[in-house]
Ligand binder design. Sequence first.
Ligand code: IMP
Length: 431
Amino acid sequence: MDNRVIIGGQWGDEGKGKIVDALSDKVDWVLRYQGGANAGHTIKVADEEFVLHLVPSGIFQPEVRCYLGNGMVIDPWSLRDEISALEQRGIRVRDRLFVSSAAQLLMPYHRRFDELKENKLRRKSIGTTGRGIGPAYLDKFQRTGLRLGDLLRAPETLERTAIEKTLAANEILSDFFDAEPLSARTIAEELVDLAEGLRPLIVSGYELLRGVRERTESALFEGAQGTLLDIDHGTYPYVTSSNSTVGGALTGTGLPPRCLGDVVGIFKAYCTRVGNGPFPTELLADDGDLLRKLGGEYGATTGRARRCGWFDLLAGRYAVSVNGMSGIIVTKLDVLDRIETVKVATTYQIDDERVDLYPVRGELLARCRPQYREFAGWERPTTDCRSLTDLPAAARKYLEFLEQELGALIVGVSVGKRRDQMIWTDTGVTT
Ligand code: IMP
């Protein structure tokens, strides 16, 4: 049984949602293991477009069960709204979605801290999604956070605890940020109400995932964000606050390593980043605008314009290597259909030195000048291609180069938003 792990190879937004949706018809479970409602997974099913933030993209396959792992930070207000939005559009969620009692509760004061901290940092801000992710993880590691399991307590206990936590947060709001306090009573009452609705979903992952652990049931691990946003292995401090690389799949579900099968990396055919931080291959002005327009590169969570640039082989090799990716799926190839010359960064120049290995240190990365290899564009639509032989020769040449240089087989190529707009290949693209 092959329990694939789907990991973003870049700075997130690689199109993981579509791939998880496409691959999840063959598994019993889709498991999310890190992050929270900072993720924005866009999936097109028939002619309808859905954007998910917390619920795994496996929810559109009716037989699949979905799980939010202990590694996540979950805003119960967002979770309730997302579930009801899906149900209103005819997707059955109850009895198919489960949440670990050990996942952290993301509270309204976490969002407020996120916003105020970013404002305070001004030009040095991270450019977070404003969803309260960093402050919620801070509470987790300070061991002061609430967990989803706390929603199972008696309503009076939950109400009292929520009031205490919010009052403690209010002290920080007024003393450190000079900001207005939040209404502890309103938050506590709303939380008690939410607990009522969410209670049936909250489970012990240890019990629920027994079949996956014993390998009688299969699972797909759905990563959020991307390798370069990982708290340890990304472009620190311009990162998110969780492990979006492969180790997160273990700690964020409590499953042992033997449960992980192939690690499949998702890479856009070019590169984007939202938020601040170094991005060596970024295209500025008109060139960046063109890719943004062709790719519809606006954040699914915040609507922010994404920074756009060329594929970066050094960063790509780093992601393949850190995660042990054995396969790669290249997404949004069709976005390059109208580009005259496609470029790929093959080395960096730092001062007078040539660099071939990705320099993980942020200050070095900010000084890198990428050296590019150019490819003639194919200037033909690829959206109707369903096999490698349908692709224009120039597009195949580009993919073959990526496959050889990244050192992992390209097992899929996405050429549009719809489920069927995929080329699958078990043996890679190199002839
Ligand atoms: P946070 O995760 O909201 O704290 O944001 C930290 C950084 O990660 C910011 O640069 C965000 O733009 C980025 N980020 C967080 N989640 C995503 C995502 O799902 N896609 C792309 N970027 C993300």
